[in-house]
Design a protein around this ligand. Structure first.
Ligand SMILES: [Zn+2]
Length: 409
């Protein structure tokens, strides 16, 4: 921990002075701890602007990209930060000590629920209660996707990420727009043209868009010619109700379309015998647990889908290429698939390509990694990990394979 010190004498009463420090590039969390026998006001300035004042009774400030201690504005901008100190009381000569700790970006997988409803539409839970339940079910974040509403996107939580979102809800199907608080100018889905315009606006605004439960319940009847990123492969219900989405996804991928998959519970009331938080989950590979980094991970396609908390975990890499990305072939005759695994019970690992299921492996439940050498010639690779009796599963998104583009001079 870096430390800043300032000796203060009795005659400094009511004086102001500055302390400066640097926040390095790549920092995702800043923590300041204050030790002071007297009373001071600390006013914090980022490189951009004033961030807030630490009151005399408090001793800690945390600033993250989209979270900050009460009284402070969030946002971590690298560069020179400043603390203006006002001396309110000096009982005797004293030393003011400010400890500084910064945490750096560290890429890892975060688990979230990509489809949730709150009291802002037809859900039954307050957002604060949803956060408590979601944490108990091992989630790091959820997307708040109330029906045709922006109000939920003003909600924030401490130590938990709520991704802003909404479920565009039309009589001919539903879609999630995640990451942006207000993606549309107006909700006009009277015609296919006006609906597709909403998708264009959502894309331009930076949303991550998934078509929800496309083949079950409120089936998607608008076609798939609009711009979107993903389909909701798993919608909080048994395999039988998600089979249509699985089949469609495999077919689209085989045709050469780059469509990603997400998972969500579609929870309205947390009910262990029905829909509940995290049964249907989306995992995102992100630099930190923040809205900004999760959205970046989503847009890179670094996403996997789990049906529930028992689904285990699979990660697939080809060299440095991660799921959702494209690997460009050079002159290889075969490719090495690096697979990381975690599971609680014997499971079946299945490898899919544009030719469908090409290999499956019975695992005893203790494997942590596996390497596969596969001849080139496929358009993509993706993995599924199925538990006993197909009660739960984990799906990676594909790694797409393309020939290295030729550069002509
Ligand atoms: Zn829906």
């Amino acid at each position: 921990m870096q430390k800043l010190y300032k000796n203060v004498r009795k005659e400094d009463l009511h004086e102001w002075f500055d302390l400066e420090f640097t926040v390095p590039q790549g920092t995702v969390e800043l923590e300041l701890r204050v030790k002071c026998p007297g009373k001071v006001h600390l006013m914090l300035y980022g490189p951009d602007a004033y961030r807030g004042m630490l009151d005399k009774d408090k001793d800690k400030i945390i600033i993250k990209e989209d979270f900050a201690s009460k009284g402070f504005l969030s946002g971590l901008i690298p560069g020179l930060w400043k603390i203006k100190v006002e001396i309110l009381d000096v009982p005797h000569e004293m030393t003011l000590e400010i400890g500084l700790e910064t945490k750096n970006a560290h890429k890892r997988w975060y688990a979230g629920d990509f489809h949730t409803h709150s009291v802002h539409s037809d859900g039954k839970h307050l957002v604060s209660d949803m956060v408590t339940i979601a944490k108990a079910y091992g989630l790091d974040f959820f997307a708040l996707t109330d029906h045709n509403s922006y109000a939920q996107n003003e909600e924030v939580a401490e130590d938990f990420v709520i991704l802003p979102g909404l479920e565009l809800t039309t009589p001919k199907g539903h879609s999630n727009f995640v990451g942006i608080k207000r993606p549309f100018e107006s909700f006009d889905y009277r015609t296919k043209e006006s609906l597709y315009k909403m998708f264009d606006q959502g894309m331009d605004a930076g949303c991550f868009i998934s078509v929800n439960h496309p083949f079950v319940g409120d089936v998607w009847k608008w076609g798939f010619d609009m711009k979107f990123h993903a389909i909701e492969l798993w919608n909080g219900t048994p395999l039988s109700r998600n089979q249509g989405a699985l089949d469609w996804w495999q077919e689209e991928l085989s045709r050469g379309c780059k469509v990603l998959a997400t998972g969500g519970s579609d929870v309205h009331v947390h009910d262990l015998s029905g829909r509940c938080f995290g049964r249907g989950r989306t995992l995102v590979l992100a630099d930190s647990l923040s809205r900004k980094h999760l959205l970046e991970g989503l847009h890179r396609g670094n996403i996997s889908v789990a049906t529930c908390e028992k689904s285990g975990f699979v990660d697939l890499k080809i060299g440095d290429t991660r799921v959702g990305e494209t690997y460009y072939l050079k002159n290889e005759k075969q490719l090495k698939l690096d697979i990381d695994l975690l599971m609680d019970e014997p499971s079946e690992l299945k490898l899919y390509t544009n030719e469908g299921l090409v290999a499956s492996y019975n695992l005893d439940g203790h494997e942590l990694s596996k390497n596969l050498l596969i001849p080139v010639g496929h358009k993509f690779y993706r993995l599924e990990l199925w538990g006993r009796n197909n009660t739960h599963a984990f799906f990676t998104n594909p790694i797409y394979i393309e020939r290295q583009k030729m550069h002509t001079i």
